[in-house]
Design a protein around this ligand. Structure first.
Ligand code: PEP
Length: 249
């Protein structure tokens, strides 16, 4: 059985005191759930977040990492640095990294391999832009993003991969893919993985939906058979909203 996961991506929000306060509130309000709950604070607050939380209840994860082991990469963070402070999972390929920081499929493939080489879990994000959907190219775009970044992995690597399908037009816009659109794409993703690998890998990988998930739409989206949870941006910054989304799973 694949895991259900609800992850909060805090992006470049919350200072140290706010991070500790939100985590403490979340931990206190966390409902009983079979889902894995994760939060991704900004890099400077990761170590404090790990210290604040009981990691068996909420896992602290990173928003990004560099593919190099160490060296002259000013401003960057390596897998070893994350592992060293107790971070085992990293988001790779978020659309904001692709759009604002020039992260190509080729760079992302290197990052995925670097994280897996250190035995980290990778939450790999991908999804089409509005123009791709309008021109009916969304399946092709998603297929090529998966192929370019992930399909040279060994079958055995897939146990460490979580996918987050995030249509770019739905991220932070208030516009959500309909539950039917999410289900259609998630089923397509499983079919694509089945063709590249096999049905057991496709059926065992968790595929999260991301893009303006809110308490009001989470139940319907999470109710779809191929949606295994969500990667939540804005709504994860408010404890009551994030808790309501966790309850929806
Ligand atoms: C995200 O950034 O991954 C995201 C899904 O953001 P939001 O929920 O704010 O659309």
């Amino acid at each position: 059985m694949r895991s259900k996961i609800v992850a909060g991506n805090w992006k470049m929000n919350k200072n140290l005191a706010e991070t500790e306060a939100l985590l403490t509130e979340l931990a206190a309000k966390l409902p009983d759930t079979q889902a894995e709950v994760m939060v991704a604070p900004t890099f400077v607050n990761l170590a404090a977040a790990v210290r604040t939380l009981d990691s068996s209840v909420i896992e602290v994860i990173a928003q990004n990492m560099h593919f190099a082991e160490s060296g002259a990469y000013t401003g960057e963070i390596s897998a070893d640095m994350l592992l060293n402070i107790g971070i085992d999972t990293v988001i790779i390929g978020h659309s904001e990294r692709r759009a604002y920081f020039g992260e190509t499929d080729e760079i992302l493939a290197k990052k995925v391999k670097a994280a897996l080489a250190k035995n980290m879990r990778v939450m790999f994000c991908f999804g089409e832009e509005l123009d791709d959907r309008k021109s009916d190219n969304h399946f092709k775009v998603v297929e090529s993003q998966l192929k370019n970044a992930l399909f040279s992995l060994e079958a055995s690597d897939w146990g460490k991969i979580v996918l987050a399908y995030e249509p770019v037009w739905a991220i932070g816009t208030g516009e959500t893919a309909s539950p039917e659109q999410a289900q259609e794409m998630h089923a397509f993703i499983r079919k694509t993985i089945t063709e590249a690998y096999d049905a057991s890998i496709a059926n065992n990988v968790s595929i999260l939906y991301g893009g303006s998930v809110k308490p009001a739409n989470a139940v319907e989206i999470f109710g779809k058979p191929d949606v295994d949870g969500g990667l939540i941006g804005g709504a994860s910054l408010v404890a009551d909203d994030f808790v309501a989304i966790i309850k929806a799973i």
